[in-house]
Write a protein that binds this ligand. Structure first.
Ligand SMILES: Cc1cc2nc3c(=O)[nH]c(=O)nc-3n(C[C@H](O)[C@H](O)[C@H](O)COP(=O)(O)O)c2cc1C
Length: 301
């Protein structure tokens, strides 16, 4: 649930550097998402994606507004929607669902997905599995005909190379790109990431109904102790919510740099990243490291 973390400046920098930048399209209204996509569209003519949570209350409205804004790809997490495929087919927009099992992978392939993202327990945010990427990736890849993208805890070229060796057709990285110049979250957000140690990465049961990977901060500690944090007002952002805390409010507070009251979603390997770089440098570094990794693998064969 990327609430205003991957905005046009970050997503378009990734697209312009040769990747497929993905806007975070959750926690915003259809009008806001239209403006976000339109703004991004002015900054790149390269392929551009948006991630929208199927669990969002106005999911299809958000999809339609993204299409009106000129999006190329919808990446859909936290659920499956048959109508999504219909709407996107009519608009000639690609659909890439996020899945964690072969069964769901095959289902969305039949529905018309262009590719899938296989996301594992090392990922940031809501988790659809308790299995690692190494545990689930190969089986899913071998059972699919469409391209399979690996996601979860990948932060450098060795990680990417390892997944390419397992047959990945692409990789999706989130946490690495939060620590970029172009990611426009508050500086405190990046500080929480940079300060995080391996033992600080945890999970919290989200009101969405899935565990979410996050960094241990005062909010996480308070929730662990009290089990419920009063929700001041509810804008019904989710189809189904346990109301144990307001996830939208907690994620927005993190984005705005509130270390005490914010919830900082992050991948498991955030502690391995120690610098904020421009997106172009991150991309160059990842490509170089991956090429070096693959060259050493060739030598061993
Ligand atoms: C801050 C943050 C917000 C995220 N928000 C979403 C989201 O809204 N929807 C979604 O499907 N995945 C979301 N994710 C998961 C990413 O899309 C990605 O698949 C995953 O984090 C990859 O692992 P990594 O962060 O270790 O690279 C989020 C991840 C982070 C770190």
């Amino acid at each position: 649930m990327s609430v205003l973390v991957s905005n046009p400046s970050l997503a378009t920098a990734v697209s312009n550097a040769g990747g497929i930048g993905t806007l975070g399209g959750t926690g915003v209204s259809p009008d806001e998402i239209y403006r976000m996509v339109s703004e991004a569209r002015k900054l790149t003519d390269k392929p551009l994606a948006i991630n929208i949570m199927v669990a969002a209350n106005n999911f299809l409205e958000l999809v339609k507004a993204s299409i009106r804004g000129g999006i190329d790809i919808i990446v859909a997490g936290a659920g499956i929607s048959k109508q999504l495929f219909q709407v996107c087919k009519e608009a000639d927009v690609e659909v890439i669902p996020i899945v964690s099992s072969l069964r769901i992978g095959k289902f969305v392939e039949k529905m018309g997905a262009s590719a899938i993202v296989v996301e594992s327990v090392e990922a940031g945010g809501h988790l659809g599995t308790d299995k690692t990427l190494d545990e689930i990736f190969s089986e899913i890849k071998q059972g699919m005909k469409i391209p399979v993208i690996a996601a979860g805890g990948l932060v450098d070229g060795n990680d990417i190379g390892r997944m390419l060796m397992q047959g990945a057709d692409g990789v999706q990285l989130a946490t690495r790109f939060v620590l970029s110049d172009e990611c426009d979250v508050h500086d405190n957000y990046k500080k929480v990431y940079l300060d995080a140690k391996a033992e600080d990465i945890t999970t919290i049961m989200s009101p969405v109904g899935y565990p979410g990977r996050a960094i241990t901060t005062p909010f996480v500690e308070r929730f662990a102790k009290e089990g419920k944090i009063p929700v001041p007002s509810c804008n019904q952002c989710l189809k189904s919510c346990s109301h144990t805390f307001c996830i939208l409010d907690a994620l927005l507070k993190a984005r705005d740099g509130n270390i005490n009251e914010g919830l900082f979603f992050s991948g498991q390997n955030v502690h391995r990243i120690d610098e904020i770089l421009p997106v172009s440098s991150i991309m160059e570094k990842l490509v170089k490291e991956t090429q070096e990794f693959l060259a050493t693998q060739d030598q061993h064969q």
